[in-house]
Design a protein around this ligand. Sequence first.
Ligand code: PEP
Ligand code: MG
Length: 747
Amino acid sequence: MVDGTESESRKLLGRLREAMATDEAGQARLDRITHLIAHSMGTEVCSIYLFRDSETLELCATEGLKQESVHQTRLRLGEGLVGRVAKSGKVVNTPDAPSAKGFRYMPETGEERFSSFLGIPIQRLGEKLGVLVVQSRIAREFSADEIYALEVVAMVLAEMAELGAFVGEGAALSPLHQKSATFRGGTGQEGAAEGHVWLHEPRVVITNPIADDPHRELERLNEAIDELRVGVDRMLEMSQQGDKEQLQVLEAYRMFANSKGWMRRMEEDIARGLSAEAAVEKEQSQARARMEQVQDAYLRERLADLDDLSNRLLRILTGQGKQTGAELPADPILIARNIGPGDLLEYGRSLKGIVLEEGSVGSHAAIVARALAIPLVVHAERITTEALNGDHILVDGDQGVVHLRPEDSVASAFRDKMAMQADAQARYISIRDKPAVTLDGHRISLVMNAGLMADLPSLEGSGAEGVGLFRTELQFLVRNKMPKRSELVALYARVLDAAQGKRVVFRTLDIGSDKVLPYMKPTDEPNPALGWRAIRVGLDKPGVMRMQLQALIRAANGRPLTIMFPFVAQAEEYRQARAEVNKTIEREKILGHPLPEKLEIGAMLETPSLAFAPQKFFDEVDFLSIGGNDLKQFFFAADRENERVRRRYDTLNCSFLSFIERIVERCDQSGTQLSFCGEDAGRPVEAACFAAMGIRILSMRPASIGPVKSLLLRTDLGELRKIITDGRHRGVQTVRPAVMEWFGSHA
Ligand code: PEP
Ligand code: MG
């Protein structure tokens, strides 16, 4: 390809395809390929370096360097020119390698004889696989055409690696997507699961990167592009009346779908010998590489649009994707970059586990996973690139760890752990109907958190005495339009029916911060957790709140009703909200609807300020519930969504427990009922400590009721309180070590 013509590059690709078609072992194939490339490019050297692990590159084949160095020479990411190419994902082209920045002399290869160096990253859709290098004795820069041709070759190599073409006897390279891999992410929902991978959006596998009839490929590309454009136009038509932002996104889509530059580059790729799908993927890979570098949020979004469009195009071209016809395995573990709550609900309880590449602890997906009690790991980086449909996979939601294609020893240790958990669950069933009375005779009421219809069967199964927190916003979050009042009435009535007279605390809409309704215009706030959320929205725009209050009263249909307002920061907010309830009651009365037999109106204590409200407030409010998730984030000024800080401060920190004690004292003075409904209430040791501080109602995930009750039954709260008080007197930061030691010897 000294002259860099298209036909030369096509010839090279043609030969590569022949190399791929032989049934040679992996190493022989790699050797043949380096020989072919060096010969076609007119260079003395061609080498292929592939990643051994995420940090190390290994020389896997070479034409022109010393053969003894194959599988011996290794470079760390960023080391030498090869390492630089791998790290930056960018081409290095220099006529004088030894004096180029970062050059590292590798005597074992004999490369000192070569002056020019051209290194091309081998990557596939943002996944770095290795580096392709050509070197020559004469000092020259490689032309743009030569670089382009080699990029095409690198892309084909990436596809071949993906298909396992370099695996086999003699190759030190283990097959991609066949190795075991462990991912460390964060806990979204506890629990352990074993199953098989189900990709929410399966990756498209290209089996024919090289094509020998460019005219046919061009035709295929044009047909696919036409289909894509029609699809985008249809989407645009359908959403003409819709949301402005959605329209903007679709307009941007249309712009890309008609982009001449994009088309031209793909046509050039095809002219050089790539198949239509390989051309799409090559451009997509480059867009992804750009996406990694770009800081500007707007530009990143546009690149993401292009990425999405490329995926659609690939699906059209290959017929793969959602219509693969693949069947959901019997024990599916869902893998996705991210997933919306609606999609997740559609899968429902059929899923054994969920692993998300992004996601966050408070995301809607996490909320739904929790409601369905499906183990969830979030932030499992690169899992969507590594996992393939049907792979064996273990999900440890407790530790936030995922084992993909695990070794047998790992799988059997994991099964032991699951069996132990199953034993424990069986033990909890035996205490399900027992009241939670501590050794020193304190009766603790254990109730559950809920929010979806899917939660309701747990009321029976868990032994919960009622629902201490019904998060009404979940019903709003999982829809794509505002629910109607009649729908809400039916829904709340079903909840009360299922509760069969047990108390249900309905929390009014808690939106804002991390909970953004898809059909409400998001407000651009610098600090949403401290912003316009929950009761603040309810009071400023009372329409939705009134509709919800009406729906609750009608659903109660004469039965007792308990309403709780979220995020009350000062007494006046509670008073205003209560006044709204009274007004609604009056209106309902006039309309002739039956009124609740008993009405309790409470507030959530989620901001430290409310703990210091005037005593009058404590007298007025029917009950208070500590929303520990929010309260803790504001008490320690540590964002509950931020992995870096969210675990930094211990719930058993003396300051926090003293604060809880203060709230208990204030409620005791006024005889106000107090509960705790944040996640910590479901952690047995924390729950016991809250009980020791005087909290008598704990609301938690249904799955936590058994473990919490089991510990409470074995605990003397008076003794535990002494341990806590003693720790505080000693001036420790957290009483956890002392408490754990005490539990170790007493409970
Ligand atoms: C809390 O903040 O503790 C709480 C229960 O509410 P949410 O987690 O829904 O914000
Ligand atoms: Mg809250």
